[in-house]
Design a protein around this ligand. Sequence first.
Ligand SMILES: [Zn+2]
Length: 121
Amino acid sequence: MAKTYSNKINKIRSFALALIFIGVIVMYGGIFFRDNPIVMLIFITLGMLSILFSMVVYFWIGMLSTKAVVVTCPNCEKQTKVLGRVDMCMYCREPLTLDPNLEGKEFNEDYNKKKKESAQN
Ligand SMILES: [Zn+2]
C-alpha cells in the first residue's frame, strides 16, 4: 500500500462522504430488484445503514475537531487543525507537529502510535 499522507480530519471526512455515495448507490441498485421485494428491501436497508453510519462518522469528526488544535501553518499561513502528535496541513500537506522533540525530523505517522516499541528497535 502506497503511503500517502493527508490531514486526518480531511481523511475521515472523505470517508464519510464516500459512505453516503455508497449508500445512495446501493439504495438505487434496489430499484433493479423491484420484482423481488425482499432483495429490494435488503438493498434499501443496506443503503440506509451506510448513510446512518456516515452520520455517525460525521458526528465523530465533530467530536475530534473540538479536540484538534488549531494552528497556523508555517508554510501556507492558513489555519489548519492538528490531530495527534503529527499531522498534515489541510491545504498544502506540510507536516506539522505539536511535539517539540519531533521538530525537524522526517515526517512519520508512526509517531502517533507505539512510541515505546519504536524506541526499542
Ligand atoms: Zn499549509
